[in-house]
Design a protein around this ligand. Sequence first.
Ligand code: V47
Length: 373
Amino acid sequence: MEKGILEEVKKLVVDTNCPVESRVIAEKICNGARITSEEGLWLYEHGELGWLGMLAELIRHQLHGNHVYFIRNFHIEPTNICINKCRFCSFSHHFSQTHWELTVDEILEKVCEQPEDMQEIHITGAVHPDRDLYYYGDILKQIREIRPGLHMKAYSAVEMDHMIRQAGLTIEDGLKYLKECGLGSIPGGGAEIFDETIRSDIAGMKSSSEMWLEIHEKAHRLGISSNATMLYGHLETYTHRIDHMDRLRHLQDKTKGFNAFIPLKFKNWNNEMAQLPELPVVEDMRNYAVARIYLDNIPHLKAYWPAIGKKNAQLTLSFGVDDMDGTINDSTKIYSLAGAEEQSPRFTVSEMQEFIHQVKRIPVERDSRYNPL
Ligand code: V47
């Protein structure tokens, strides 16, 4: 398959009927060279869906062959009480007016309910005003006691910024402490869009882009890997998306600590930005493809299927995606509250395998470090 695509791409390189920009970009991709931010912007502005998909698939195939990764995982969302007032958020107490917080015992109970073969817990939620590093560190320690083999991907950089400041520590010492408590990696949430003007409009009170990047950089230097997200399809332009990915690509050149990039499509239910229409699926697929092409140094491109629905997630496998997040086990509400079609997101392992087989790919169950199991 790769050979077929490579031949097609090579034809494009010499096809003088194609715009010169597309030939230059195709040639770079054939040679494994990096595209510039201007070229990235050109892809967004002029790249036709099938053409972008072909380029992204070539890269994906060179990196991962026909494998599609997935993990047995579940989420814990500790609270919806939040100091931030992000206008796109349907989860926090600000819009719903209902306040809740799980007790530590309730969290531990949820962990105990999960099957023994669970690989990863993903903990993220709102930024509670009163909880600090030691509170959240204790949760990790207690989960580790119950399930020593469970990888803990916990607390977005935005949550960490607040909890570490509450405890009066430096970012570095805070991260070291969480690592001692059992933190395995950091989820990609809170990145939203790095452009400072758009960020302050949609998420004005949230930690800055600089702080998000600083926390991930410091974590990588301490040997803690992480993911990166991008919230798209709201007020941002293509230039803002390229700027966002460019900041990630730059950091990744320095640290190599990002495992996966996860585009997150803005969903418009029950939030202060509900008047904005959601993007058409074609735009989602173009966005996945450009991300795969632009982020040449982040190994995995992940589709978060609870956000876009199972059918669309299956389509992303033809636009550069190699990672289908996880089985989830109906444990997250962030997207169902924002209007995602998956109101009780859940895949059994055999359903996930069948889902991947349907598009003629090979399902590979992985651990949190992408080792095949
Ligand atoms: O930062 C919140 C997004 C993120 C909406 O690291 C919304 O493996 C769209 O980061 N419409 C949290 N998006 C979730 C997250 C994540 C998800 C899956 C996997 C990983 C990983 C990380 O959810 C927030 C924000 O960008 N979000 N509300 C909304 N209405």
